[in-house]
Design a protein around this ligand. Structure first.
Ligand code: SAM
Ligand code: SF4
Length: 321
């Protein structure tokens, strides 16, 4: 089978698909208060079109799919898409990243669709702070979502936490304890600059610092956990704690992914403005062209991101984080 190997010898087998740019939250680091100008539904790929894209990508060696957004669960019938993608030859894992607010409603359907794994974003355990960070969210919904996943027997679920100095960095240990208690792995992520964060540097806290603070209380043992993502993991009790440093170039050299936006653009790199449109080809059913466009996106994939030179995206919601 053909493989997608880029100019730097990296094999690309992981595809992150943003299924919608819409969201029921307005996280302070991700979306403006008033939301963004949602793309008209006519611009958004249908589930059939997304599945066609996945079939072509799978024929080129893509094996792992992550569904993201915006908030993927605000798109109606997401479980149908998951079942469609799960049945594509060559795809061996489908996972989802969600803000968790709707898991209590849709968890069962997700389980039935064959979804393999779920990551829930959670930055704070305090209700008032949760409302400040997410603007529209309610912490209880997410906690219920976490419980729903455990009750449904989802294995190896994860929490993603973006740490911001002066906002939630006082809760690092509480979040670790929470993860141990609910038996979720947890990953701490450095804040990435976007147009929305005026004083990004003032809120930035490095993963070295986050790790140091955890180590004041706990001993972290190196872990051999390997995932499709860029986290480096350590063991603590029953869980793995991961650290993601988007701003260092540490993970660019092992990058294995491309992204597809909800309106059909391939992003070869999260931290670069290049985009390759595939919607026309998909809508014409010209799958040879789609194949060519995927190969081309991998060919132009840069060696490393340019996140520190410019804030590339006005909002992570448009590209799926
Ligand atoms: N709505 C879903 C969620 O919140 O998990 C999926 C989409 S969201 C864009 C994906 C991930 O990107 C989330 O974990 C979120 O915390 C992260 N993210 C968004 N903006 C970010 C930023 N400026 N820096 C670091 N992570 C960010
Ligand atoms: Fe929505 Fe996720 Fe962005 Fe928060 S991080 S605004 S939940 S897309």
């Amino acid at each position: 089978m053909e493989k997608l190997i880029d100019r730097f010898g990296r094999e690309i087998y992981y595809l992150r698909i943003s299924v919608t740019d819409r969201c029921n939250y307005r996280c302070m680091y991700c979306m403006p208060k008033g939301g963004i100008n949602w793309k008209p539904m006519s611009e958004i790929l249908s589930y059939e079109e997304i599945t066609d894209f996945v079939k072509v990508a799978a024929s080129l060696g893509v094996r792992k799919i992550k569904l993201t957004g915006g908030e993927p669960l605000v798109r109606k019938g997401l479980h149908d898409l998951i079942a469609m993608i799960k049945s594509v030859d060559g795809i061996d894992e489908v996972s989802l990243t969600t803000n968790g607010s709707l898991l209590k409603n849709f968890g069962k359907k997700l389980k039935e669709s064959g979804l393999d794994r779920i990551t829930v974003s959670l930055d704070t355990l305090r209700k008032d702070k949760f409302s400040i960070i997410t603007r529209l969210g309610n912490l209880d919904d997410v906690i219920m979502g976490v419980e729903t996943l455990n009750n449904l027997g989802f294995r190896k679920s994860k929490i993603n936490t973006v740490v911001m100095k002066g906002i939630n960095d006082d809760e690092i240990l509480d979040l670790v304890d929470f993860a141990v208690q609910v038996d979720f792995d947890i990953r701490f992520i450095e804040l990435m600059p976007t147009d929305l964060i005026d004083d990004w540097k003032a809120h930035f806290i490095s993963v070295e610092e986050i790790k140091k603070r955890i180590e004041k209380k706990y001993t972290l043992e190196p872990s051999n956990k390997k995932t499709n993502g860029p986290a480096v993991y350590y063991k603590l009790d029953n869980i793995d704690i991961g650290f993601i440093t988007p701003l260092s170039h540490a993970f660019c050299s092992v990058c294995n992914r491309i992204r597809l936006t909800s309106d059909g653009f391939i992003l070869p790199c999260l931290g670069h403005p290049d985009r390759v449109g595939t919607k026309d080809a998909l809508r014409k059913g010209d799958f040879e062209k789609v194949k060519e466009l995927i190969r081309y996106s991998v060919e132009i994939k840069p060696k490393e991101h340019a996140l520190l030179n410019e804030s590339i995206h006005s909002s992570m919601a448009s590209v799926g984080g």
